[in-house]
Ligand binder design. Structure first.
Ligand SMILES: C[S@@+](CC[C@H](N)C(=O)[O-])C[C@H]1O[C@@H](n2cnc3c(N)ncnc32)[C@H](O)[C@@H]1O
Length: 422
C-alpha cells in the first residue's frame, strides 16, 4: 500500500493537483495527515482514475457473504428492513432476536427470513432479562436524540426517555461481550459533542470500554459515499481489543452497480421536472441549467450562499452514488438516474445499499424507499461483522497489533479514543 503526496500522485498519474483536490472534495479519495503532510493511497487514486476513464478496474459489484459460520449470537435492536442484520448474518453471526416497531419493516424482515425471531414491539416494552449471559453482541442504530438532562452528570439517568436509554437498558439486562451502535456522523457534533460524551460515559458506567470511528461506506465495498459513526463497546472484564474495518483501496462505480439491475417500481417526475432534468448532464446539477431556469427552479435558495449541489442533481456513472436518503426526489437531495429522466427506482436504491436482488421490500413505495434509505449498507455491516468475529476469537493480524495502531492513531491525532483496524 504505497502512500504518496498530492504532488507525487500528480506526477505519477499525469493528473493536475487541482483535479486531485476536487476528487478529495467529492469524497472519491481520502487523505491522511502524517506529520502535517497529507498522504494518499496510490492504488485508490489509480482505481478512481480508471473508473473516471470508464475502465472497470476489476471491482465488480457483489454482496459479500462469508462461508465461515460461527457460534456467536446477537440481538439486533431497531432492525429496520434488515441492512445491519443481513450484513452481520452474511459475516457468520446468528440473530437470536430482532426488535422493530414498524409494521412495514417487520413485514419485510419476515418475508425474507422466516427463521428470524422478530419482535414487532416498541423496544421499551421488551424485557431482555431472559437473554442474560446468552448473547455475544447487541447491535442497533438508535436514533440520535438530545438528552434532556445533558450536562447534569447523572450518567445513565441523563439518557432516560431516549431510545439510547433503551439500548443501554438492553446492555444492562443482557451483558453481552460487545455492543455495536451505528449512527449518523452528525452525532459527533450534536449539542457540541455533549450527546456523544454522555453516550460514551453511559457505556463506561455499564462496564464497557467504548471506541468510535467514522466509517466511509464507499471504501467498504458499498457503491455509495455514506459516512456513519460506529461505536464499539467491549465488556471491561473480557480484555477484548476493538477492531474497525480497514478501508479498501478501490471504490465501486454506479455503472458497475446498476449492471443488469432488475426492473422495479419507482417514483416519477412531473412534466416540468422532466424538462428541467433533461437539461442536466450526468454528474451535473442546477448549475448546468440556463440562468433563468436556475432562478425559477431554485426560488429563494438561488440567492443563498453555499454549494447546494444536491439541487437538480443527476448522478454520475463513474463514481459511487451520493448518499441515498429516504426519498430519491427531494428538492435538496435529488438522486436522478444518470441517463434517464427519472429518480432512482426501488431495486436501484437497494443495490446501492448492497441488498441482494432477492431481498423483497413490503409496504407502499414511499415506505420502501424509507426502509432502504434508513438501512445500514449490507456490505458495510458485513465488514463490521467480520471485525466483531475477530474480536471475539481474538484473531488480530500481526501488523494490526494494538501498538502499531495506537502509534498510527497518535500520529494522525484523529480520534480521542483509538480503535484497532482489521
Ligand atoms: C435507522 S432505522 C434502522 C435501520 C436498520 N439498522 C437497518 O440496517 O436496516 C431505525 C429503526 O428504528 C425503528 N424504531 C424507532 N423507534 C423504535 C422503538 N421505540 N422501538 C423499536 N423500533 C424503533 C424505526 O422504525 C426504524 O426502522
Amino acid at each position: 500500500m504505497k502512500k504518496v503526496t498530492l504532488e507525487q500522485a500528480s506526477e505519477i498519474l499525469g493528473i493536475a493537483p487541482n483535479i486531485l483536490r476536487t476528487w478529495e472534495k467529492k469524497k472519491l479519495i481520502q487523505g491522511e495527515n502524517n506529520n502535517n503532510i497529507r498522504l494518499f493511497d496510490l492504488d485508490l487514486l489509480k482505481s478512481v482514475q480508471n473508473n473516471l476513464n470508464g475502465n472497470n478496474s476489476g471491482r465488480e459489484f457483489k454482496i459479500l457473504k462469508s462461508p465461515e459460520k460461527t457460534e456467536f449470537k446477537t440481538i439486533e435492536l431497531f432492525a429496520g428492513c434488515g441492512g445491519m442484520a443481513l450484513g452481520l448474518e452474511n459475516a457468520g453471526l446468528h440473530h437470536q432476536l430482532l426488535v422493530e416497531k414498524s409494521k412495514d419493516c417487520v413485514n419485510t424482515l419476515e418475508k425474507n427470513r422466516q427463521n428470524w425471531n422478530i419482535s414487532q414491539e416498541d423496544v421499551s416494552n421488551i424485557d431482555f432479562k431472559q437473554y442474560h449471559g446468552k448473547i455475544d453482541i447487541v447491535s442497533g442504530g438508535f436514533p440520535c436524540q438530545a438528552f434532556s438532562y445533558a450536562g447534569k452528570g447523572k450518567g445513565v439517568e441523563d439518557t432516560r426517555g431516549t431510545l439510547f436509554f433503551q439500548f443501554a437498558r438492553c446492555l444492562a439486562e443482557v451483558e453481552p461481550k460487545i455492543a455495536i451502535a451505528e449512527n449518523v456522523r452528525g452525532l459527533l457534533s450534536h449539542k457540541k459533542g455533549q450527546t456523544l460524551e454522555i453516550i460514551l460515559n453511559t457505556f463506561k458506567e455499564l462496564g464497557y470500554n467504548p471506541y468510535y470511528e467514522v466509517i466511509s461506506a464507499q471504501f467498504l465495498d458499498v457503491p455509495q459515499k455514506r459516512d456513519r459513526l460506529i461505536i464499539i463497546a467491549c465488556r471491561q472484564d473480557l480484555n477484548i481489543t476493538p477492531i474497525f474495518p480497514i478501508k479498501n483501496n478501490y471504490t465501486i462505480s454506479l455503472k458497475e452497480t446498476l449492471k443488469n439491475c432488475p426492473t422495479s417500481p419507482g417514483v416519477k417526475y412531473n412534466e416540468r421536472k422532466k424538462t428541467i432534468m433533461s437539461l442536466v448532464p450526468p454528474g451535473g446539477n442546477w448549475r448546468n441549467l440556463p440562468l433563468e431556469v436556475q432562478k425559477d427552479y431554485m426560488k429563494n435558495s438561488f440567492y443563498k450562499g453555499g454549494g447546494r449541489t444536491g439541487f437538480a442533481k443527476r448522478l454520475s456513472w463513474d463514481e459511487p452514488c451520493l448518499t441515498i436518503t429516504c426519498s430519491p426526489a427531494q428538492t435538496q437531495t435529488e438522486r436522478c438516474h444518470p441517463e434517464e429522466l427519472r429518480p432512482l427506482n426501488i431495486r436501484e436504491y437497494a443495490r446501492i445499499q448492497t441488498f441482494p436482488d432477492n431481498w423483497e421490500f413490503t409496504g407502499s413505495l414511499t415506505s420502501q424507499y424509507r426502509q432502504i434509505g434508513n438501512a445500514v449498507p449490507v456490505n458495510m455491516a458485513y465488514h463490521l461483522g467480520k471485525c466483531l468475529i475477530k474480536m471475539l476469537t481474538k484473531k488480530v493480524d500481526k501488523n494490526n497489533s494494538i501498538q502499531s495502531i495506537k502509534k498510527q492513531k497518535s500520529q494522525l491525532k484523529q480520534l480521542s479514543i483509538p480503535g484497532l483496524n482489521y
